[in-house]
Ligand binder design. Structure first.
Ligand SMILES: Cc1ncc(COP(=O)(O)O)c(C=O)c1O
Length: 413
């Protein structure tokens, strides 16, 4: 074994960065064949046809309009009060749940996921999510001495597998008082799946039924990282979080990373929803405390930017219009890939909206490597290939499903 000075819980911590590796391979190949001949489907950010980051012009202008002396200052530990109000407002829109609601600013949605795991499960506990999931959930579980368990994401018909989800919750509830369930919807990463309002109703009803037995607390964490790239009407399900039992806490993670193209500004807000004021006061206190105990305060300029937009409806309108244009272009990209996939008989995970489409396969690494011969660079996941349609213009997406199908047929899996 190599030498180590690390504490026992930190020894061996290491994670190969798949995305970085594939991106580096794409850049190397571009030096040989030219950037224009490369399809780099590895980057999880919205890029223009030249491969540059797309940003929302009104967000950019608003950031530049901030007074630097003010923006450079510390923010309050829990976040600027107006930022919390704005985050709650833009998250729920017209569908604000009828409940006590408060928020704590976090560095992106990641900060909220961290605090939810830390503050609502015991050391050694397990938390749940679907079997297709954003891999940092696993990293965070390990980092905090927790375990992750999963349920089958999809039914045979390609719907959300409500039964598998509730079954796993019931199983865990037998051995653990607090059950933390993370659901990433709408526009799930990596599949692009979204729960329908009916599926949300069924999940909530099942969780309420379990709570009525009086043995458990449910913490439902809704990861809405890609909410703003789901079609209009995707916020209705928030109303279902109204007047839930006191031992049922919902946490929604607002993030400015994708919706406001402010990825690196690390600005988000974890929003707690409960029918019980004590539970929400506790939510605010313990998560504010965890801010102090980890990264201290968040990025003041990011918070100020949202506040400035929120206080000026014209500006916010402009942002929403600009984003809608990008969303439609994303929809067009996804449609290009999906139509061709259907035509050539390439299986994909159920996709509704969002940055990624996933092709399930038992040989992701082999197929990923083979595709590099065709100048196509895709990130292999444990059980599939994640195609970042957000990073590729529609022209370059055309032909890609055919190539993937050919590689799959050749290598099997
Ligand atoms: C599913 C999912 N959740 C949460 C996040 C968190 O992002 P951020 O911390 O930048 O808000 C991401 C980012 O890629 C994501 O894909």
């Amino acid at each position: 074994m190599s030498k180590s000075l690390a504490a026992s819980h930190s020894q061996g911590k290491h994670e190969p960065d798949n995305i970085f590796g594939v991106n580096a391979a794409a850049n190397e190949k571009a030096k040989i064949v030219g950037k224009e001949n490369i399809v780099n489907a590895s980057i999880g950010a919205f890029l223009d046809p030249q491969g540059e980051l797309i940003t929302l012009p009104t967000v950019e202008k608003t950031m530049y309009s901030l007074d630097f002396k003010d923006a450079a200052n510390y923010a309050p530990i829990a976040g600027l009060p107006d930022f919390i109000k704005a985050a709650i407002d833009v998250t729920f829109g017209e569908h604000k749940p009828d409940a006590y609601i408060n928020g704590v600013a976090t560095p992106g949605g990641s900060g909220g996921i961290h605090h939810a795991i830390w503050n609502y499960t015991e050391v050694g506990d397990t938390f749940l999510t679907s079997d297709w999931f954003w891999s940092p959930y696993q990293t965070m579980a390990k980092e905090m001495g927790r375990k992750i368990d999963t349920f089958t994401s999809f039914s045979e018909k390609g719907n959300f597998n409500v039964r598998a989800c509730l079954g796993k919750v019931a199983e865990l509830a037998k051995v653990q008082k607090n059950v933390l369930l993370i659901i990433n919807s709408p526009a799930h990463n990596p599949t692009g799946f979204s729960l329908t309002d009916e599926e949300w109703e069924q999940v909530i009803a099942g969780l309420k039924e379990l709570i009525e037995k009086g043995q458990n607390n449910i913490i439902l964490f809704v990861d809405i990282a890609y909410l703003d790239f789901a079609p209009p009407g995707s916020r209705k399900f928030f109303k279902l979080f109204s007047q839930l039992p006191a031992s049922f806490l919902v946490i929604v993670a607002f993030s400015m990373s994708k919706g406001y193209t402010m990825y690196g500004y690390r600005t988000g807000c974890m929003i707690g929803i409960s029918s019980d004021k004590d539970i929400i006061d506790e939510f605010f206190n313990i998560n504010q405390y965890s801010n102090r105990g980890t990264w201290s305060n968040g990025t003041r300029s990011g918070m100020q930017c949202l506040v400035k937009l929120w206080k000026n409806p014209e500006l916010m309108d402009q942002v929403n219009k600009e984003r809608e244009e990008f969303r439609l272009s994303l929809e067009n990209r996804a449609r290009t890939f999906l139509d061709e996939a259907k035509e050539v008989g390439l299986e994909v995970c159920p996709y509704h909206s969002g940055f990624f489409i996933t092709v399930p396969t038992s040989k992701p690494d082999e197929i990923g490597l083979k595709l590099q011969d065709d100048n196509i660079f895709i990130v292999p996941l444990g059980r599939g290939l994640r195609i970042a349609v957000c990073a590729i213009p529609a022209e370059k997406l055309s032909g890609m499903a055919t190539k993937i199908k050919e590689a799959k047929d050749l290598l099997g899996g």
